[in-house]
Design a protein around this ligand. Structure first.
Ligand SMILES: Nc1ncnc2c1ncn2[C@@H]1O[C@H](COP(=O)(O)OP(=O)(O)O)[C@@H](O)[C@H]1O
Ligand SMILES: [Mg+2]
Length: 599
């Protein structure tokens, strides 16, 4: 029980408030407690006022006290609301800072793909957008309201204890019982169950399909508009139903709790009345105790509300992710400086690798040596493991067995940032920065003439001014076609080579181009990187003939390796595929077609 209590998300929220803005949080709590004390104080002040009037004593002090309490009752709620809204915004901002840092910090990327972390990630990412509940700046007022009532009820019970030791526990118990009896989850059950998060994930996905540009083409083409909207509505409805179910009133125990509360109040008030009738309880004390007994009922409405859970669950998710992401995305950090590596070779030695998140091995006992300064093409069908090799070489993952070495040094022994600065890679799903052309080519900065030279090498000279933002949503911005973007990505890699990268890795950034387009790009790259270690990856066999060596990959294994001429002479897999694809290529050329029919 104590463990469960300690594991509650609400503590994490309190901690997050403090860490987001300590002084504001302290003010918010102080006002909260003060507001909570006011009803009890009011009961005492009224008693004092009546007592003074009866005794004919001076009324200034008791009247002043009543006045102060009354004014505070009016003034504190709006002040509290403003402080809470401010604190809520700051806390949300702080949590987002924590989240973005936690996502970016690990050197690997396992933490972003780990299904165990996805549901926390979904919740943490969107919690303040108002999609599944009010944003934190608004929630804080609901949360404050509930806690003020709870403190108010308990403080009044303390005053009541001065009347009789048994009266407070009796009333507190009866009113507290309503929480368990009526609001089954409001106190003890999270609204953000795994089921809720699942529904949220589905709703979120359907929503993105509807409102984001990338899905627009297929949605229309396949007539999926209504389907998407329906899906979104169904999932959202399910989400709300689940949340509602977790917070709803239970009808049956309503009568029970009503009777319990009624009985407890009857006992207390009957006792107060009897004592007053006997003359044992003077009028001033009767007023104080009766109004304290009334205010104790605030307990029923106070406490841990759904708003508290709504704010606490994502706060806990963010802090959980912070703790979980570092190990999930961790990689060994070596300290060897890879100054001019590779000077001799890159070698995959008996490498075995399977993705942490899913089953079978992608590579098993994979062996491959790439002499430094030469070019190698890796060709193979989809799913053969080509991209995996590229990612391992960038050290986005580490192999489970075997090693990848540069000049005989295990990559894990190298300083990871140093190694990555040696590698320029363009992936199939390369990033398209909504930034000026210059920053797209050299995100970390480079002289303009280097940027221009790289663009020219990539066949992208004159696409746009270096300062033009590559997104139409920005003033003066422009939109590029898929093929133009590919050339920009290529220029990024070539620019990195000019800035000193020693390895260039192209993982099918040209898959959207036709065969001739891809062959042209590969030839450009080979020409521009003649003395650099270059790795070209393609699922097409007919575009890489100019690479120094070609490696045919099948199910994570090298099945053929040699120059184009050697492999053709060998008459194996490469030759079959090359001839098949090259014949289509020339037929297309004759017909003037530009589509690669094999894709
Ligand atoms: N992030 C990932 N998590 C789990 N499995 C993956 C991941 N990426 C790829 N795979 C699996 O690894 C295998 C090889 O994929 P990949 O290296 O991308 O092939 P290729 O680039 O040759 O098409 C495939 O079976 C694929 O499903
Ligand atoms: Mg791939």
């Amino acid at each position: 029980m104590r463990e469960r209590l300690r594991a509650r998300n609400e503590w994490t929220l309190a901690d997050a408030l403090r860490r987001a803005d300590g002084r504001l949080a302290a003010a918010w709590w102080a006002i909260l407690v003060l507001r909570g004390l006011l009803p009890a104080l009011f009961a005492v002040a009224m008693g004092a006022l009546i007592g003074a009037a009866q005794r004919g004593a001076g009324l200034t002090a008791p009247l002043g006290l009543v006045g102060v309490v009354f004014v505070l009752l009016q003034v504190l709620p709006p002040v509290h609301k403003a402080v809470g809204a401010n604190l809520g915004s700051r806390t949300a901002a702080w949590l987002y800072d924590q989240l973005t840092r936690a996502c970016v910090r690990p050197p690997g990327m396992g933490h972003l793909e780990d299904p165990k972390l996805t549901s926390d990630l979904t919740m943490a990412r969107d919690f303040d957008l108002g999609i599944t509940g009010p944003p934190m700046s608004i929630s804080m007022d609901f949360i404050a309201g509930g806690l003020v009532e709870m403190v108010g009820g308990l403080a009044s019970a303390v005053v009541l204890a001065a009347y009789a030791w048994w009266a407070s526990p009796l009333l507190v118990g009866a009113w507290l019982a309503t929480h368990w009896l009526l609001r089954e989850s409001a106190v003890w059950r999270d609204r953000n169950t795994e089921e809720v998060r699942q529904a949220q994930r589905h709703a979120d996905y359907a929503y993105r399909l509807a409102v984001e540009a990338p899905a627009a083409k297929e949605l229309r083409l396949f007539g999926l508009g209504t389907w998407t909207v329906e899906r979104f509505r169904t999932q959202r409805r399910r989400l709300f139903e689940l949340q509602w179910k977790a917070t709803r009133l239970r009808e049956r125990p309503v009568l029970g709790s009503l009777l319990l509360v009624l009985a407890a109040n009857v006992v207390v008030f009957w006792s107060l009345g009897a004592a007053a009738a006997d003359g044992r309880l003077p009028l001033d004390r009767l007023v104080t105790f009766a109004s304290a007994a009334l205010s104790t009922s605030m307990i029923a409405f106070g406490g841990l509300s759904w708003a508290l859970d709504g704010a606490a669950a994502p706060a806990a998710a963010v802090l959980r992710l912070q703790a979980a992401m570092d190990p999930a995305g961790a990689l060994v950090r070596g300290h060897v400086t890879p100054a001019r590596m590779p000077a001799r070779e890159i070698r995959f030695r008996e490498v075995s690798f399977s993705y942490p998140t899913s089953g079978g091995p992608v590579l098993a006992g994979f062996d491959l040596t790439i002499p430094a300064g030469s070019s190698l093409a890796i060709v193979g069908q989809n799913g053969a493991g080509k991209t995996t090799i590229a990612k391992l070489l960038c050290r986005l993952y580490d192999p489970q067995a075997g090693s990848i070495e540069a000049d005989g040094v295990d990559l894990r022994a190298l300083d990871i940032d140093g190694w990555r600065s040696r590698v320029a890679a363009v992936f199939q799903d390369f990033i398209r920065f909504e930034l000026p052309l210059r920053d797209n080519v050299a995100p970390a900065g480079a002289p303009d003439d280097v940027v221009r030279a790289a663009l020219a090498e990539a066949g992208a000279a004159g696409l746009a001014e270096l300062g033009t933002v590559l997104a139409r949503a920005y003033p003066g911005g422009t939109e590029l076609s898929g093929g133009q973007w590919q050339r920009i990505a290529l220029a990024r890699a070539l620019c990195a080579v000019r800035l000193g990268a020693g390895v260039v890795l192209l993982d099918e950034p040209t898959a959207q181009l036709d065969v001739r387009g891809e062959a042209e790009i590969f030839d450009r790259v080979l020409a521009a990187t003649r003395h650099t270690t270059t790795i070209l990856i393609s699922h097409r066999f007919s575009t890489v003939r100019h690479a120094d060596r070609i490696c045919v990959l099948e199910r994570g294994k090298v099945v053929e390796l040699g120059t184009h001429e050697e492999l053709i002479a060998a008459g194996g897999r490469y030759r079959t595929m090359f001839e098949l694809q090259a014949s289509r290529f020339s037929e297309d050329a004759e017909a003037g077609a530009t589509l690669d029919v094999l894709d």
